[in-house]
Ligand binder design. Structure first.
Ligand code: HPA
Length: 278
């Protein structure tokens, strides 16, 4: 695939999906590392493997199933990405945004994104859930912006505003659900790095200094593309490990998947609750 996505590629993928499901999802969900089980409670579910959709980036990472699950969750028609591809797997940054544009083309106007992240904020513990209030797009600042290349005017303007990427209204709904369900909800700023190596202690001290509360390797490219095309976004980081600012511990993918087991049920409750309020 060429570096930049074309309208024809987006149209082709959307048509393939429409041919395989009669359902009309209104909310898109992206389930990150170790968080995919929520898709198992979708009914009636239509499944489409990413590899069967032309142009769809396929994840190679353990903990990512790599399929769309389309159906109802909390009485809401949803399209769930059970697993996502990451930039570090070798895709171009605009390919990472491709699924979002296909979702928009299918009529989806709300996106819920989840990821696993390292907790930089000293108040965060592994197992916490953080609602993302804003992000630091270090990769985009460095030139890897998913909107780089010809602007697709059908989706949005060349120079889109990024001051309201995360819906205040949806965060408020998430807080209401958490109050009701007695779940502690953290809020904070997510920073996305390219990965796949985890951060050095000096990287982490830098990220803390610039105001990041959690660090991961996803989400921001998708959110930039969603904001460009006017979708409202709700984002959550599952804090899977404490960021190792002093070099005293090591971080592993197994640890990330293990923490997902504690985080997944909380996120499931929050997401179901928010969907029921839409
Ligand atoms: N750093 C980056 N990405 C991550 C981490 C981390 O500590 N934990 C889970 N994803």
């Amino acid at each position: 695939m060429a570096e930049f996505i074309t309208m024809d590629q987006i149209d082709a993928a959307a048509s393939q999906i429409r041919r395989q499901t009669a359902q009309q999802p209104k909310v898109g969900l992206i389930l990150g590392s170790g968080l995919g089980d929520l898709a198992d409670s979708v009914t009636p579910a239509d499944y489409i493997e990413y590899k069967d959709i032309s142009g769809w980036p396929v994840s190679t990472i353990p903990g990512h199933k790599g399929r769309l699950v389309i159906g109802n969750l909390a009485n809401t028609p949803v399209l769930i990405m059970q697993g996502r591809a990451h930039y570090y797997e070798g895709y171009s940054i605009s390919q990472i945004g491709f699924p979002i544009r296909v979702m928009r083309k299918l009529g989806i106007h709300t996106l819920v994104v989840t990821n696993a992240a390292g907790g930089i904020n000293p108040d965060f513990r592994p197992g916490d859930v953080m609602a993302i209030t804003d992000h630091i797009s270090l990769m985009a600042m460095g030139g890897e912006n998913p909107l780089r290349g010809p602007n697709l005017d059908e989706f949005g303007t060349r120079f889109p505003d990024m001051s309201r990427c995360y819906s205040v209204d949806l965060i408020q709904k998430a807080k209401m659900v958490c109050d009701r369900e007695k779940i502690d909800l953290q809020t904070g700023i997510y920073v996305c790095l390219a990965g796949p190596s985890f951060e050095t202690p000096a990287d982490l001290r830098f990220l803390k200094l610039i105001g990041a509360d959690a660090v991961g390797m996803s989400t921001v490219p998708e959110v930039i593309v969603a904001a460009h095309c006017g979708m409202q976004v709700l984002g959550f980081s599952g804090i899977s490990n404490k960021a190792n600012l002093d070099g005293s511990t090591i971080t592993t993918h197994e640890e990330v998947l293990q923490a997902g087991k504690e985080i997944a049920p909380k996120l499931e409750t929050i997401i179901r609750g928010v969907l029921a309020l839409l």
